[in-house]
Design a protein around this ligand. Structure first.
Ligand code: PLP
Length: 412
């Protein structure tokens, strides 16, 4: 049975959520906007899902807007707040380590004349709250900083950032809590944010379901036009089953958090300690202020893609960073912002545990990672020696073998 350590990419749908969803995919299939019995049944389930999600976040049901996931919720928050605030100002502040669903939404806004300020982070990926305050001008309308990073697990000091933002009237604060939601106690009032994003598939809910908390009285411009759903903030027939599944999964994650998070942290820490013992490997992210389930590293001189491929062949699923960067040749913008040079960032590895990860899986995975890294390092050393030998031959004056660069077997 393969071991799955990529829960930051997505989690399996938990049985309780699936069972709660099934009736709304079958006999209770009504459109929640219809006035007949089928519709009323769907509406009641949707209303209850709003109540459950709101309770889990410390919000009011009307402050929860259901979306098709984290990406849509982030786009709605960032673009919706920017367009709604355009008359007051055009300056938007964010960090250099956001998920692309925030970062690329910012780039989109830039095309329309918004001024985007991307704050630096320290070696651990943390934003300095004082930098946030220093960047705020009378033209600032929005600050968007994630609660926890998806590649390295670093938790941002959002409550401290909120305290700075609150000194400036009219500036909204958004946080992307997609990775944090299942593991940190989320209370929108304690965090003092105006907008907060969650996504169901990160806490064993269905894919394609998410929510944006929009504080009562906060003005955002809807990003799609159509019906009056979600109080005019998100047009389109609601995914009742998705909302129900998300609500059940979130309620369970919150109820189990006190037991799940420390158990995961213990497993994570022992896994990280073993992997760190590999030659040259450095752990990335904050040593203490981090999510309990993400262990991330760089293995300088190795290619993260080659290591994850070898691990996959051996029966361990993990990733090089965020799922959207995997498979491309791009170096992680998160590690670059944290000051890792390209040759180190190329060796990025991320292992993310879930609620169902076992101690036996962690022990087996740690051993497999150490072994694979050793093999990869040996292979890289042989390759380097081959390249060096070829170079030496190519540079040797009058050497007939120069025509055969790269085709010779390595010496020794
Ligand atoms: C921090 C963060 N924000 C946003 C998203 C996007 O969420 P979704 O996959 O639901 O669109 C992800 C998903 O990887 C994420 O990790």
């Amino acid at each position: 049975m393969p071991i799955y350590l990529d829960h930051a990419a997505t989690t399996p749908l938990r049985r309780e959520a699936l069972e709660a969803m099934l009736p709304y995919l079958t006999e209770h299939f009504g459109n929640a906007s219809s006035s007949h019995g089928f519709g009323r049944r769907a509406r009641a389930a949707l209303d209850e899902a709003h109540e459950i999600v709101a309770r889990a976040l410390g919000a009011m049901p009307r402050e929860v807007v259901f979306t098709s996931g984290g990406t849509e919720a982030n786009n709605l928050a960032v673009k919706g707040a920017a367009w709604a605030g355009k008359a007051r100002g055009h300056r938007v502040i964010t960090s250099s380590v956001e998920h692309h669903s925030v970062g690329h939404a910012m780039r989109y806004l830039e095309k329309f004349g918004f001024e985007i300020v991307e704050l630096p982070v320290d070696r651990y990926g943390r934003v300095d709250p004082d930098d946030v305050e220093a960047a705020i001008t009378p033209k600032t309308i929005l600050v968007s900083v994630m609660l926890a990073n998806n590649e390295v697990g670093t938790i941002q000091p959002i409550a401290e950032i909120a305290a700075r933002v609150r000194r400036h009237k009219g500036v909204l604060l958004h946080t992307d809590a997609v990775q944090a939601a299942p593991y940190l106690g989320i209370d929108v009032n304690a965090l003092d944010v105006d907008l907060l994003t969650i996504a169901a598939h990160k806490f064993e809910g269905p894919k394609g379901a998410g929510a944006l908390f929009v504080r009562h009285g906060t003005n955002i411009l809807a990003q799609q036009q159509g019906g009056a759903q979600e109080r005019y903030r998100r047009a389109g027939t609601e995914d009742v089953a998705g909302a129900v599944g998300m609500a059940v999964a979130l309620e369970l994650a919150v109820a189990e958090r006190a037991a799940t998070a420390p158990r995961m942290r213990g497993l994570r820490d022992s896994f990280a300690a073993t992997v760190r013992s590999s030659e040259g490997v450095q752990e990335t992210g904050h040593p203490g202020e981090r999510l309990p389930g993400i262990a991330s590293f760089v293995a300088p001189g190795l290619e993260g893609g080659a290591v994850t491929m070898a691990l996959d062949l051996g029966g361990l699923a993990c990733s090089t960073g965020s799922a959207c960067v995997s498979g491309s040749n791009e170096v992680s913008h998160v590690l670059s912002a944290m000051g890792y040079p390209e040759e180190e960032a190329r060796g990025a590895l991320r292992f993310s545990l879930g609620r169902t990860t076992t101690a036996a899986e962690i022990a087996e995975a740690a051993e497999m990672v150490v072994r694979t890294l050793a093999h990869q390092r040996e292979a890289a050393a042989v390759l380097r020696a081959q390249e060096m030998a070829a170079l030496v031959r190519a540079l040797a004056p009058g050497d007939a073998t120069a025509d055969h660069v790269g085709t010779e077997a390595p010496a020794g």
